[in-house]
Design a protein around this ligand. Structure first.
Ligand code: SAH
Length: 454
């Protein structure tokens, strides 16, 4: 049998969730091609062949898409942090809304879901409040850039980032220069040798607070000199040094040393103040997070006598936003650092009608469904994997009047909405763009318990 070519011509028709162009090879097989836009004819290097589709990466654009624009950032492409800077923002928004319509339009049960136009940003740059960069060995020196999961390939050395804050480059450059002046060895993901692993920066966009967290393998380095140097040049609010010997990309911190300030930053959202610790989750787009919480508040339209369940509550943002309208909010979250923050945040804002529990959502819900608490609204804001089936089955037993589902992955949202659909009507679906220049989509759905037919 003749060997199939590595480079193939592909005509692209649409964009998949995940950012790849979807098209067909000349033999008709479906192809998912990175770096290609709708209506393009590209040459692609095929790196995966399956029975019904192939995956590849664009090596040459033979006929460019009318949607294609010049990316603003010189690191676009090799960096990998942004996927869609080669499309205008209006086209990105259209593509995201279309993807939500397609993904939710697919299952029969969801076909009628009313989907609102996507909410976008007026200024879709410099929006991120957090970044985690990785160190790698460049030309005999440490480089600092985005590490793509599962890839050992070289990291693009970033001098600037258009989606983090405008002064982020100063932080990257100062830390990298310090590392190179002191000949600190970058960690090698293949051999697991070396010291410098990650640099995490967290910013209070509204307060101006800055947390710098250097993550290394266990070992020594002149940490006090490092802290002194950062204080003089950048004056951050907090400087941390975290060590881990984990072999995985997603590390568990083994030891966290505060070199300066505290291990949290403060941020404000509307009238509320939040403490965010180094290990706690916080929405990465501060400006749009406030809009998201307002959408949730409006969809919930809670009354003063109601009791609310806020599952996957993080540092308590949604619970605290909604608390003033209702009798009681129960927040549930499995990260102990986030729960600690949530409890402190309730006190910081003098809010007394919220209660946070550190538990796995699925365990908490199973116990709760036996006791049948009088819950009228459940808010779900799960990670990308979606809601655990036990959470769904327990909610179907408790049957709150409304469920507000906040999702960062339309695919698992669709799966979970189908599971609710026999007992709940989908009233509204609101896509929100929390992640401009990337393919990621945030969606909020409002579900209402079906009325029993007489
Ligand atoms: N609602 C919060 C956090 C949402 S992110 C906000 O808007 O900021 C999802 C949260 O779910 C994270 O804080 C994560 O730690 C938590 N989480 C993930 N899996 C969980 C599980 N099985 N049980 C409880 N919490 C979980």
């Amino acid at each position: 049998m003749p060997k199939e070519p590595v480079i193939e011509k592909v005509k692209i028709n649409s964009l998949a969730y995940g950012g790849q162009g979807v098209g067909r090879l000349e033999n008709g097989k479906v192809a998912f091609i990175r770096g290609a836009l709708p209506q393009e004819l590209v040459l692609a290097r095929i790196y995966k062949r399956k029975k019904s589709f192939v995956e590849g990466r664009t090596v040459e654009i033979l006929e460019p898409s009318p949607q294609r624009i010049a990316p603003r950032c010189p690191h676009f492409g090799p960096c990998g942090g942004c996927t869609w800077q080669n499309m205008s923002y209006a086209d990105q928004l259209r593509a995201k809304e279309q993807q939500v319509r397609e993904i939710l339009g697919h299952p029969q049960e969801l076909k009628e879901s009313p989907i609102l136009p996507i909410m976008g940003m007026d200024e879709p740059w410099y929006y991120r409040n957090q970044s985690e960069l990785s160190f790698a060995l460049g030309d005999n020196r440490a480089v600092l850039g985005q590490h793509l999961p599962g890839s050992f390939s070289l990291i693009e050395d970033l001098s600037h980032c258009y989606i983090l804050s405008e002064n982020s480059s100063e932080i990257f450059n100062t830390v990298r220069d310090f590392a190179n002046e002191h000949r600190l060895a970058p960690y090698n993901r293949r051999t697991h040798q070396g010291f410098l692993r990650n640099l995490t920066v967290r910013l209070g966009k509204n307060t101006g607070e800055v947390m710098i967290n250097l993550v290394t393998s266990p070992g020594t380095f002149p940490q006090w000199e490092f802290a002194r140097h950062l204080k003089q040049s950048i004056s951050p609010t907090s400087i941390l040094w975290t060590t881990t010997s984990s072999l995985a990309d997603r590390y568990l911190p083994e030891k966290e040393t505060v070199l300066w300030g505290s291990n949290y930053i403060l941020e404000t959202l509307g009238p509320l103040k939040f403490q965010i610790s180094s290990q706690s989750f916080f929405q990465t787009n501060t400006y749009m997070a406030e809009k998201l919480y307002r959408v949730i508040e409006e969809m919930a339209a809670a009354q003063s006598k109601e009791t609310i369940l806020d599952m996957y509550s993080g540092i308590g943002t949604i619970s605290l936003f909604i608390s003033k309208r209702v009798k009681k909010v129960y927040g549930v979250e499995f990260s102990s650092s986030a729960v600690e923050d949530a409890k402190i945040n309730a006190r910081l804002n003098n809010i007394e009608n919220v209660e946070f529990t550190c538990a796995k959502a699925e365990d908490y819900m199973e116990a709760l469904s036996d006791r049948k608490k009088n819950l009228s609204i459940a808010i779900l804001d799960p990670p990308r994997a979606g809601v655990h089936p036990k959470v769904i089955s327990s909610l179907l037993k408790i049957e709150p009047e409304k469920i507000i589902y906040v999702s960062c992955n339309p695919t698992t949202l669709a799966r979970d909405l189908v599971a609710f659909s026999e007992h709940y009507d989908i009233k509204t679906v609101q896509p929100i763009d929390m992640f401009p220049q990337t393919y990621h989509i945030e969606t909020v759905a409002k579900l209402k318990k079906k009325k029993l037919r007489a």
